[in-house]
Structure formats: structure tokens, C-alpha cells
Design a protein around this ligand. Structure first.
Ligand code: GDP
Length: 479
């Protein structure tokens, strides 16, 4: 498939001259009405910060998705999906285990509870789904891939330790995802526990307890003694009620792969979270280029189930290969159609189409993005060698926002730039600024795939000047 420079530029809403210039940099001379092949077009578009979406010939997939638009009348309440986040050793795993063991229903008590990446409990006749892979890194990695799995974040803070760097990181990751936060102050059984100190420290991060005039829910728990877990579940249900989470159970399933592995005896095994529709044994299911007929499904207690509705996590057997965690899946009732879609996904000869989504922000073309109205807010992550620099930069940056574009520091912390920072930047379309710190090895790898703009500085003044210049179109481009 070929495309002219002119229509490629139109699809990206940029000047054709920019495309021609980029092609020249890549060693190809072309005129505005000249056609280039889809591979070249993909490279140029990527270089210019656009994602290329290849449209399949007949586009059965798009038709299928259109067929399944839900109307408000189709929607029914679904259980909320909860993720537990917090600093290492503050008790995320213990809390997940404690909740799970206290709430096993009579029927599953005899069964072997196994770890499948997510589980469901029932409280007051209402279900709650817990994603059992604790940590905000996994949470944000999924979000960067486009999966929005979590409805509510539980922030665990140990009462004997208080707010720590990863606590702050977790808060910022949950906020960037616009997910409500419930604070669980854990380890209150310890003699040195000081819940009031935790509350005080969290006020600085705008999580203010209700008794102090705020609107954040705090629950004091002990995962070890299984104390106050019921209250925590009650609070989760309270927040869920406000969220009014809904889905349409009467349609083919779609959702996200939570975990997957190759099992020696059973072949590819995937835990999927159904987010809409109902998944049934016998359905044809597609996740990326993995596909198959659902041979069997098991719930978190290892019981065989025939169907799984919205918010239910199930282990699925029958995939042709192991789908990657975070991949979106969908079921097709008609196997023939499913196979066609897979063929189309594999098919090399596809029509080129560019996604209409905003390109990645970068300081180099920030000005034109602002002018095009694509960027209304510049999100920034600051990493520095000392906390003082983080704060100084945050204050300075937040002051240089203009009417056209607001500057929003979504996360700041001390230490090297990590992979988690890059995933957060990717998921939130932010740029990363480092002061006297560098990206570590994993972060450097992540930058290559996520194409996040990182800027390293030694002097705060230089950073401020760069961003001011970028906002007003005066930044000298980096070559
Ligand atoms: P994670 O890294 O956040 O998943 O933390 P873990 O769940 O692995 O817990 C870290 C340590 O704290 C373990 O030694 C737990 O036994 C201990 N711990 C967790 N919850 C409690 C609690 O409520 N009270 C006490 N005393 N110890 C706890």
C-alpha cells in the first residue's frame, strides 16, 4: 500500500514540508505528490511521534466492535476491581492473603486456593475483585499498554514506618490513572505503630482524613491479626457505590490478560479479567496474535466454571500460544470470523492508517503541539539527587504555565530515573526531567520502546529556561 506525502501529512495534521524534511534526514528525496510505501511511511510517522495503525483489508474486526456498542440500557452493575499499592514491606502481599483467607466461602474452603493473578471475595452479598499482582509498576505497565483494569487503589502504609518513597510513587501513579485511593494503615498491632503520624504525612500529599476535614478514607488494619479487614471491605464497597461501575453481561467478552504462562501439562494458561460481556467455554478468543477456543475455565479457587461475567477473573485454557500480560482480549462467537480476524492480524499486506491520537509530547515540538491545540497540559516527572531540588523545580515549573498550557508535575522523587518512571511517563504522556541523576539500564531500554522524552540537567535554571523556551517555540532543536 502506498500513500502520497500530502495525504500522510494531512493525516498527521502537520505541514508536508516537515514530512519531506524528515524523509531527507532519512536519506530519501521526495516531492509532495509522490507516493511512498507503507514501510517508509511508518518509519517517518514514528519519527514524527505518531503511532501507525494498520487497517486490515475488510476490517472484520472494526465491524465486530461496531456491532457491540453498548447502550445505557444494556448496562448492569458489576463488581469493582481493586489493586493494592504501597512501599515494599508495608504489607501488600500479607493484606491480599489475609483478605482472601478470611473471605473464602464455604463451598471453596475445601478447594485448593491457588494464585492466578486475581481473585474475588464476597462481602454483604457484593463481590469485590482483587488484582493479586501488587505494585504500581505492574499497574502502570498495563496502563501504558492501554489496559485500564483498576477501579480503586488501596494504598498500604505501614504504621511503624510511615510514608516512604514508593508510597509517594504509588499515590502519583494512582492519581495519574484517575483512580480513587483508599488508605489502609497496616501493622497497627505493632507497639511502635503511629497511625496519626501516617495521616499527618499523607496530608502533605493531599490525602486528608475525613476527621481532619478531608475526603480520603483511612482504615487502620493489621494484616497479621486480620484486624479490621471487614471495615476495609465495607469502605471499598462504599467507594464502589459512588463509582457506579457497570458493564453489559449480554455480549461477547472482552477484557485484559492479567498473567499468562506455559504450563508443562496444560499448555498456555492465561488469567484474564473479563471487563465487559460474558466469556464462555467454547468461545473463540483472541489476544494479540494468540487465539484459541476456550477449552476450560477455572476460578481463583480452582473450580471449573462454564462462564465468567464482568469483573470476574478466570484462568483460561485453550490459547495457541502464551499471550502477553496486559494484552487486551476479546471473544468471538463465530469461530470462522475469529480465524479471519487472526489471518487479518497476521496479514502483511494491510492498508495504512494513522491513529488520530495525539503524538507523544516532547520539548522539541511542544510549541507546534500547543498551537495545534493537541497539548493543553504539559505533564512532567522530576527525578533529582536530593529532595530539595525536586521541590525547587516543581515550584518553578508550576509557575511558568500559561493560559494555553498548564504545567503539571505528576511525580517527583529522589534517585535514578527508573523503568517505572518511564512507564508512568508513557501512560500519562509526560516528559521526564533529571537533575544530577541518570536513567538506569532498564529505564534506558524502556525509553527506546516507549519513546519518552528525557532531559538531563545539572542546573535548575537551565531546565526552567528550556521548558519556557519550548513553550514559546524558541527552543533550539536538539539534533
Ligand atoms: P509487601 O512487600 O508490601 O508485599 O509486604 P509483605 O506482605 O511481604 O510484608 C512485609 C513484612 O511485614 C512481612 O514480614 C510480614 O509478615 C510483615 N507484616 C505484614 N503485615 C503485617 C501486620 O499487619 N503486622 C505485623 N506485625 N507485620 C506485618
Amino acid at each position: 500500500e502506498n500513500i502520497t506525502i500530502k495525504s500522510l501529512a494531512e493525516k498527521m495534521a502537520i505541514n508536508a514540508a516537515e514530512v519531506i524534511k524528515k524523509l531527507m534526514e532519512l536519506g530519501t528525496m521526495a516531492t509532495i505528490n509522490q507516493e511512498i510505501d507503507s514501510d517508509t511511511a511508518t518509519i517517518v510517522a514514528n519519527e514524527l511521534g505518531y503511532e501507525v495503525n494498520v487497517k486490515v483489508e475488510e476490517d472484520k474486526e472494526a465491524l465486530l466492535m461496531q456491532d457491540h456498542e453498548d447502550t445505557p440500557a444494556d448496562l448492569e452493575p458489576r463488581p469493582c476491581v481493586v489493586t493494592i499499592m504501597g512501599h515494599v514491606d508495608h504489607g501488600k502481599t500479607s493484606l491480599l492473603d489475609a483478605i482472601r483467607h478470611t473471605n473464602v466461602t464455604a463451598s471453596e474452603a475445601g478447594g485448593i486456593t491457588q494464585h492466578i493473578g486475581a481473585y474475588q471475595v464476597e462481602h454483604n452479598g457484593k463481590k469485590i475483585t482483587f488484582v493479586d499482582t501488587p505494585g504500581h509498576a505492574a499497574f502502570t505497565a498495563m496502563r501504558a499498554r492501554g489496559a485500564k483494569v483498576t477501579d480503586i487503589a488501596i494504598l498500604v502504609v505501614a504504621a511503624d514506618d510511615g510514608v516512604m518513597p514508593q508510597t509517594v510513587e504509588a499515590i502519583n501513579h494512582a492519581r495519574a490513572a484517575e483512580v480513587p485511593i483508599i488508605v489502609a494503615i497496616n501493622k497497627i498491632d505493632k507497639p511502635e505503630a503511629d497511625p496519626a503520624k501516617v495521616k499527618r504525612e499523607l496530608t502533605e500529599h493531599n490525602l486528608v482524613a475525613e476527621e481532619w476535614g478531608g475526603d480520603t478514607i483511612f482504615v487502620e488494619v493489621s494484616a497479621k491479626n486480620r484486624e479490621n479487614l471487614t471495615e476495609l471491605l465495607e469502605m471499598i464497597l462504599l467507594v464502589a457505590e459512588i463509582g457506579e461501575y457497570k458493564a453489559n453481561p449480554n455480549r461477547p467478552a472482552r477484557g485484559t490478560v492479567i498473567e499468562a504462562e506455559l504450563d508443562k501439562g496444560r499448555g498456555p494458561v492465561a488469567t484474564v479479567l473479563v471487563q465487559n460481556g460474558t466469556l464462555r467455554v467454547g468461545n473463540f478468543i483472541i489476544a494479540g496474535v494468540a487465539y484459541g477456543k476456550v477449552r476450560a475455565m477455572m476460578d481463583h479457587a480452582g473450580r471449573r466454571v462454564k462462564k465468567a461475567g464482568p469483573s470476574m477473573p478466570v484462568e483460561v485454557l485453550g490459547f495457541s500460544e502464551v499471550p502477553p500480560a496486559g494484552e487486551l482480549f476479546f471473544a468471538v462467537e463465530d469461530e470462522k470470523l475469529g480465524k479471519q480476524i487472526i489471518d487479518e492480524r497476521h496479514n502483511k499486506k494491510r492498508e495504512l492508517e494513522l491513529k488520530a491520537t495525539a503524538p507523544r509530547v516532547s520539548l522539541d515540538d511542544l510549541f507546534s503541539q500547543i498551537q495545534d491545540g493537541q497539548v493543553k497540559e504539559l505533564s512532567i516527572i522530576i527525578k533529582a539527587d536530593v529532595q530539595g531540588s525536586v521541590e525547587a523545580v516543581r515550584q518553578a515549573l508550576e509557575q511558568i504555565g500559561t493560559e494555553e498550557v498548564r504545567v503539571n508535575v505528576i511525580h517527583g522523587g529522589v534517585g535514578a530515573i527508573t523503568e517505572t518512571d518511564i512507564m508512568l511517563a508513557s501512560a500519562s504522556n509526560a516528559i521526564v526531567i533529571g537533575f544530577n541523576v541518570r536513567p538506569d539500564v532498564n529505564a534506558r531500554k524502556a525509553v527506546e520502546t516507549e519513546k519518552v522524552d528525557i532531559r538531563l540537567y545539572r542546573v535548575i535554571y537551565d531546565a526552567i529556561e528550556d521548558i519556557k523556551a519550548a513553550m514559546s517555540g524558541l527552543l533550539d532543536p536538539e539534533y
